[in-house]
Design a protein around this ligand. Sequence first.
Ligand code: FES
Ligand SMILES: [Fe+2]
Length: 336
Amino acid sequence: MPAPLTPADYVTAEAYACEQGLLGRAWTPVCRSEELAAAGAQRPVQVADTPILLTRDRDGVVRAMSNVCRHRGMILASEPLQAEVVRCPYHLWAFGLDGRLKAAPFMAPGSVSNCDLPLYQAGEWGGFVFVSLDPDAQPLSEAMAPMAEALQPDRLEGLRIGWRVAFEHAWNWKVLVENFGESYHHIGPHAGTLQPLWPGGQTDSTPGGPDWFEITHPEHPEEGALRVWVIFPLFLLATTTRSTGAVWYRITPTGPQSMSLEVLGLEPPKACADAEKMGAARELLTAVHLEDITVCDGVQAGLRSPDAILGPLSPLEAGVARFRGWIAASRARPGR
Ligand code: FES
Ligand SMILES: [Fe+2]
């Protein structure tokens, strides 16, 4: 039986270091395919503690490689760009879109024979680009198969980014996953927004499998039923039965008590062209997230305190219990 989570797991550098293996092993969605659309597209992302460079080559293949130069360790790309080669800004070593070293000015050829960029696992599913640092990772399509019926990847693939809003939060990443993963709190911070539509007491987060769950909500006459998915550890998606799109919470853990968040509204291309509609959706989601910020700030502060506890969970938080059990078991597994 793995040791259960404690407040220290949301606060300390030791606990965060311990989680790097599980964060690296899992298939993590890092961008939408459209954010790496054309041949030569390059995009830096972070997976666990590893800076990754995503590329798309002429054949449309997506690759994930180390974003650290094999010469003196310079970060190769610090923002998305479009180019035929990956060129280090320091001494201009050039790598192909497949990670192979192509040129190293003034270096003897024999001295750079082992300087290709290490490659990691990459794949596309539902219009998302996923990365895993585990060389033995289960194929992406197999890993996602249990969620395919619920998430409908063919529908997700047809969506485009209609709006986005970015935040930096002083929270452990699990604070947000757990907040996203229960609708019990609609009765609190969302009393004036989500609670009248989808009352917290009428939600269920038992559907799903060992490494994911869905929160179901009652059908609202105008808005339909809210559907929320948490695929462990870091894939957070929501939609409603009346919606043509979905909302993706892209989380990048950056430390024991820090994370970047980008909330992206995904919609069919036609809806994306409606600036007024996209603006309204962005505003609504931002307002709801501001309500969540208050409680997540409070939870992080509480978990830092000497008398912090992880108290009993309600049946409405079945998904949170499953998530914590999965983290406890996964971090006990060695390696990537
Ligand atoms: S550090 Fe990249 S070329 Fe020197
Ligand atoms: Fe919330």
